[in-house]
Design a protein around this ligand. Structure first.
Ligand code: SF4
Ligand code: SF4
Length: 471
């Protein structure tokens, strides 16, 4: 009400944002409210803006008129007030536009509520249901854990996610690609057996496993990397690229090469075929350990480039001028005599991983889930898992893999290190160079920040996030 305008005995209750909640009119004329100061004047009397209350209307018709006027009243705020509100809204909206939402639940549960149910609630709140799953093939990318490693995610968590996808009409399958290095997951047969031994099967998870890059790790698709600086294309397992939708379900932990393993590691490195992993890991060719080689000739049969020859001692030799770096021979050797030794610099590895993730995710629906638990210092690719360096912190989900990894990193950095662990032992050393960074204090030669910075640079996501707690 503008001072000087006689409105008679008008009354209202105004909340802190000046929105009219209720109005009572005692006179015929009622025009508008236009507060020009921190107080509102009605009939010459000053009222606090938050509490203006005048005589009670008894006539129902007048009450009807009053509500009709309420909308008008709302539009009659002074100009400067509306402008400042609009400015506030713009700042708020631009701020939220630059931030991705990351949903978080800790591992606490009430009696009778399972962790699986809590995870399902989390991903539903995070908006997984916004994806149109109906009749679509859904790749759930995860890591089945190397034989001997006990830190990988339990199949129960996978089932919780797969059940939600099925509920939403999707056709989920579990997938991972073969490893570059010798081990228990270097071809599809060993890989599937490994997964079975570690508890992943159609009963425990509710879906089947398809190894992404086929029997020998060579079934891949060359995918353009949008905004790629180090990789113009990425070699991704065919089954991963054939899927309509990708769900990353990652065990968030430490990593000896990349600092931490989360969504970007799971997708970028994990979805690369053997040649794709080669591209990320090195700029050269694999080499043969002549002490181990038995001259069986198997690698030669595998090599499509005729890059392998033999000396008089019947030991294999890889010609770096001919080798294409596909890595097929590594998986072929039953004696683990061939390995990749020309590691890329750590920073470049992290950047390439982000670019491979871009290739996997670009142009199709993706959703990312990470569980910070059993935070081993190294990758689940190890045939062992050292004690956790940090406590179990919770489950997180987001549409943005960069924001999700950043949120997981931040939670980890805020947590207290576990004393009897690689991190705890390092920190307890009197001459330890303290990095004030749990991942670097666990594995000092890592460059984990590059992964997130480069992911942001190429448009994979943002490091700015809003953490939304789901109880
Ligand atoms: S497959 Fe292995 S053992 Fe056989 S020749 Fe090649 S490197 Fe040597
Ligand atoms: S990496 Fe590929 S091209 Fe090179 S030697 Fe091995 S199989 Fe042949």
């Amino acid at each position: 009400m503008v001072p000087g305008e006689n409105s008679g005995s008008a009354g209202m209750i105004i909340d802190e944002r000046y929105k009219v909640k209720a109005i009572f009119i005692g006179h015929l004329r009622f025009r508008c409210i236009a507060p020009v100061s921190d107080e509102l004047r009605v009939r010459g009397q000053a009222f606090d803006r938050h509490w203006v209350f005048l005589p009670i209307l008894t006539n129902p018709q007048r009450l009807f008129m009053l509500f009709a006027y309420a909308a008008k009243v709302g539009k009659c705020r002074p100009k400067r007030d509306r402008q400042s509100r609009e400015a506030e809204r713009t700042v708020k909206e631009s701020g939220s536009m630059n931030k991705s939402k990351v949903y978080y639940s800790d591992f606490r549960t009430r009696l009778g509520v399972s962790q699986g149910a809590k995870l399902q609630k989390l991903i539903k709140k995070a908006g997984i249901g916004d994806i149109d799953f109906k009749g679509k093939f859904v790749a759930i990318k995860m890591h089945f854990g190397e034989l001997g490693n006990f830190a990988y995610l339990r199949p129960n968590y996978v089932k919780a996610v797969a059940d939600v996808i099925k509920e939403l009409g999707g056709k989920p399958f579990l997938t991972d690609c073969n490893t570059l290095y010798p081990g228990s997951r270097k071809n599809a047969v060993d890989h599937l057996m490994n997964a079975e031994i570690n508890g992943f099967n159609s009963v425990t998870t509710g879906c089947y496993i398809i190894i992404g890059d086929g029997l020998r790790g060579t079934d891949d698709v060359e995918v353009p990397v949008v905004n790629g600086e180090y990789c113009k294309t990425a070699l991704i397992g065919r089954a991963v690229m054939d899927a309509d939708i990708v769900i990353s379900l990652s065990h968030f932990k430490g990593h000896e090469s990349t600092g931490f393993g989360g969504a970007i590691k799971n997708l970028g490195m994990g979805c690369g075929s053997r040649a794709g992993k080669m591209n990320q890991h090195n700029d050269g060719t694999p080499q043969v350990d002549r002490d181990i080689c038995r001259g069986c000739g198997r690698c030669t049969a595998e090599c499509g480039s005729n890059a392998i020859s033999y000396g008089d001692d019947r030991k294999a030799f890889i010609d770096p001028n001919i080798c294409k770096g596909c890595g097929r021979c590594i998986g072929a050797c039953a004696f683990d005599a061939i390995s990749n030794i020309n590691e890329s610099a750590g920073e470049m590895l992290c950047c390439k991983m982000a670019e491979y993730t871009q290739a996997v995710c670009y142009g199709r629906p993706c959703f990312h889930i990470s569980l910070i638990m059993d935070v081993s210092p190294n990758c689940d690719c190890h045939g062992e898992n050292d004690a956790a360096i940090l406590p179990d912190l919770g489950m997180l989900a987001s549409f943005d893999p960069v924001a999700l990894d950043q949120a997981c990193v931040d939670l980890c950095q805020q947590a207290a290190p576990i004393r009897n662990s690689q991190l705890g032992d390092n920190l307890a050393k009197p001459d330890w160079h303290h990095h004030h960074d749990h991942f670097m204090d666990s594995n000092p030669n890592v460059h984990w920040k590059e992964t997130l910075a480069h992911g942001e640079k190429i448009g994979l996501g943002t490091r700015q996030y809003e953490l939304i707690v789901v109880k």
